[in-house]
Design a protein around this ligand. Structure first.
Ligand SMILES: [Zn+2]
Length: 204
């Protein structure tokens, strides 16, 4: 299994991108608790194929996904599957936080670029532009819905220090991953995110 020594750290309010091969497992860890990580995934052989919130939630007939659930692409192929989840509450409705988020919702006059800007910067290395960034799978983000009115709340994450969610790649992928930059999503403080990759080829 992935050893503790091999955890990568994403600094608070930043992001990264990397590739996975089919069969690789990605573990996203909340090392301190109450910290969100936005995840996006693209087919490495054709970056026009990307994870789709709409298709995934439609096929699941639920908005809260957990162990066993697939993440579908805009072409209805499974790109990732959740294979372990110690929290059971994540969001797949809301777009990555951005300078516009901070301007419109928080009223910031000199806004941070947010997860969106961090993803755009990291994914640029793979030829992926900002307009190709979809609704992210927001690991650990806690978004309760009022069933009667549809009102959306961004509540503190349910994750505690050391909680994790594990994804298995069902095809070769480009992944973007952040330590979320929005105060409300992270119960008022910015913390790092850890991740580890278990290579399928290495376990043969
Ligand atoms: Zn964010």
């Amino acid at each position: 299994m992935a050893a503790e020594c091999c955890h990568h750290e994403i600094a608070p309010r930043s992001g990264t991108a990397f590739t996975l091969d089919r069969g690789d497992r990605l573990t996203v860890i909340d090392p301190r608790g109450e910290q969100v990580a936005d995840l996006v995934a693209y087919n490495r052989d054709d970056i026009g194929e990307v994870i789709s919130s709409g298709r995934t939630l439609d096929y699941a007939s639920r908005i809260y996904l957990t162990t066993g659930d697939p993440l579908y692409s805009n072409r209805s192929n499974v790109l990732l599957r959740i294979v372990e989840d110690t929290v059971g509450r994540h969001d797949f409705l809301l777009t990555p936080c951005s300078a516009d988020t901070f301007r419109i919702i928080y009223g910031d006059t000199d806004p941070h670029r947010g997860c969106f800007g961090n993803l755009a910067a990291a994914l640029e290395l793979y030829g992926i532009g900002p307009d190709a960034i979809p609704v992210a799978f927001n690991c650990f983000m806690n978004v309760p819905i009022d069933a009667a009115t549809g009102a959306i709340t961004v509540a503190p994450p349910l994750s505690r220090a050391g909680d994790r969610i594990v994804f298995e790649a069902e095809t070769d992928l480009i992944i973007g991953l952040t330590a979320c930059s929005a105060l409300q999503s992270n119960n008022g403080s910015f913390k790092p995110i850890h991740y580890a990759i278990e290579r399928a080829a290495a376990s043969l």
